[in-house]
Design a binder for this molecule. Sequence first.
Ligand code: SF4
Ligand code: MSK
Length: 676
Amino acid sequence: MAEEKKEKAAKTKKVADPKAASIDTATQQMISRAAELDIDTIFDRAVSMKPCNIGNQGTCCKNCGMGPCRLPLPKSGIEGEDNRKGLCGATANTIAARNFIRMIAGGAAAHSDHGRAVAEVFRSAARKETDAYKIKDIHKLLSIAPLLGVEIKVKDEEGNELDRDIDEIALEVAEAAMEEWGKPEGELKYLKRAPEALYEKWKKFGVLPRNIDREIVEIMHRTHMGVDQDYKNLMKQGTRAALADGWGGSMLATDLQDVLFGTPYPLQSEANLGVLKEDHVNLVIHGHEPVLSEIIVAVAQRPEMVEYANKKGAKGIQLSGICCTANEILQRHGVPLCGTFLQQELAIITGAVDAMVVDIQCIFQNLANVAKCFHTKLITTHPIAKMEQDNVIHIEFDEHHAVEDAERIVKMAIDNFENRGSEVMIPRQKNVQVAGFGVESIEYHLGGTFRGTYYTLNDNIINGRIRGVAGVVGCNNARTKHNEGHIEVVKELIKNDVIVLTTGCNGIACAMEGLLTPETAGVYCGPGLAEVCETVGIPPVLHLGSCVDNSRILLAATEVVKAGGLGKDISDLPAAGSAPEWMSEKAISIGHYFVASGVYTVFGVTLPVSGAPVFQKYLFEEFEKMYGGMWDLEVDPILHARKMIAHIDKKRKALGIDKARDRVLMSMEDRMKLEA
Ligand code: SF4
Ligand code: MSK
C-alpha cells in the first residue's frame, strides 16, 4: 500500500518547467538535470506549493495563542468602514504594521549581528589575541576613528600634534564600535554622517536610533499581544530599527570589514555555474560573513595546499561563491561567483562540488538533502546556524583558531576530490565581470586623481548625460522567474541613462548577464551614460558588494549631496531604489532604511501590506511627506523601472535641471500608463 502511494505521488509530482523558472540557460540546464536525477529543488517546490494568500496580504496575526487571526481583504474590497478585527480587536492596519516591522526586526538583526561578529573579530585583532587577522587598511581606520569619537592625534608637552599609535587607535575603535550595539544612552554615532537636513528630519520625527540591539528588542515588545496598536507608532519604531541597520549595524560591518580585509577596488572576475572546473577541487563558499572565507581564500592559495591537491589528482583548487560571502571575497580577491541565491542547490547538482562551506543567512536546509545524492561534503561553520540532517559536518569556526579551521575545510575538500562520481555536468555558461566598486573608487573614477570628489559625477547628472542614479539590490525569489526582474529592470534603467549601483544577488545576476563590464555601455546604455562610461572606463552597473554594503550606497548618495548642485538632502537627488526579486526580511529592512533616508523604493514580486489598504497608503504616499522617500510595489519589470525613471525626472524638474536633457525617452502612452 505504501509503495502504491509512493508511486502515485511520484506520478503526480509537479516539476518545474526550466524555461519558465529562469532566464539563465545554465540554470535551466541544471533544473532539467535535477528532474532527470529525480532530485527535488526549490523550483519544483515553488510549483507544487502555493503561498498563503492571507499571509501574502500581511493580515494574518499569530502573535498570541488565540490566533492565528486571519483578516483577508474581501474580494469585493472594502466599502465604508473596515470592520475586520482579530479576537483582541486588532485591525488589519495594526496586524500588517506589526508583521511588517517584525520583518524589519528580523532583517536588522541579521545584518547587525553579522556586523557584531565582525566587530568581535576586529576587537580580537586589535587586542592581538589572534594572528590570523591584521589591520589591512590603515587609511580607512583613520577615516572612521573620528566618526566613532576616537582621536587619531595626540599633543606632546609643547602642544605639537603627533600621530597616535595605530594599535591603540584600533583598540579604541573596536571598543567604540561594540558600544553601538548596547550603549545605555545617546544615539548612534554614524547618524551624523548623513546630510544635515536628513539628520534633522530624523530628529524631528523622533526616530534617531539609540543603540542597535534596543531598537530590535523594542519591536518585539511593541508587537507583542496587547502593546502598540497604532500603525503609525509601530512604523515609527520600524523606522528607528531600519536606520539602526543601515546607518548602524550594516555600516559598521562594511567599515570594519574594509579595515580588516581591505577596501575593495575594481578587479576582474567571472560569474555563473561555468566557473566550476572539472579538473580542479571545487570548494564553494556560501553565506554572508567574510571572517572565515577570507582565511579560506588565503589557505587555498598556499603552494602546499595546491601541491596537496595535485597529489590527489586535481590540477588546482577552484574557489567560488554563492550569495553575499561570494560578493565579499569577489570584491576583495576576485574569487568568481558561482551563482545567486536560487542556484545553491544547482551548484551541487553539477556533481563537481567537492565541498560547500556555509556560514549564516540565505542557506537552504534542502542543501543537505541534495548533497546526500552526491559526494559533496556540506560543512556548517557557525554556532548559530546548524542543520539537523546527519550528513552535514559541523566545523565550528572561531577567530582564535581560524587558520586551523580553514585548513581542515580546504583539506576536506581536496580529500573528497577522488570521491567524485563520473556523472559530472558543469554548464559552460559564465561571463566576465568587473566588480569591487565603493565610495572611494567611485570618487576616484568619476572624480579623477586631481579632484578626488564627486563633482564630475554631479556635473554629468546636472548636464543630463547621466539622468539619475538607481540602487538596484536584493535577492532572488522562487515565486518569480529567476533573474528576469533583475535584468529587465537594470537594462531599462541603463537604456534610459540611469547609472545603477548594485549589491547582493542583483549584483550576481548582472554579472552573470555580462552587464558588469565597461563594454556593456556601448551595447545597452543610452548615449549619455554610454559616453560617460566609455570616457572613464567603468561599467554602467557598478557592483558595490554584499547586502551589508548597501550602506555604501547611502554614503555614495551622501557624497553626491556634499559635492553640491543637487539639493541639500538625499531626497532631493534624482535617485531611486529597487529590489525586483526580494524575498528576505533583510530586504524589507534595507528597503525601509532607503525610504527613511529619502529614497523612492520600488519592490517587485509582492509586498505583505496589500490586505491593509490604509497602512499601505501610509507607506506608499504619506512617508514621502515626512522623509521624502516612500515605498512602492510594481511587479512588471519594465513599468517598475519606468516608475523609478519618472521619479528621477520629477526630482530633476524640482532641481531645475530637467531642461538639460532634450531627449524625451518615455512616450505619452507610457506616462499615462504610469499615472493610471
Ligand atoms: Fe489574534 Fe490579537 Fe492574538 Fe493577534 S494578538 S493572534 S489578532 S488575538
Ligand atoms: S544574499 S539576502 S538572497 S541578496 Fe545577501 Fe542574495 Fe538576498 Fe541573500
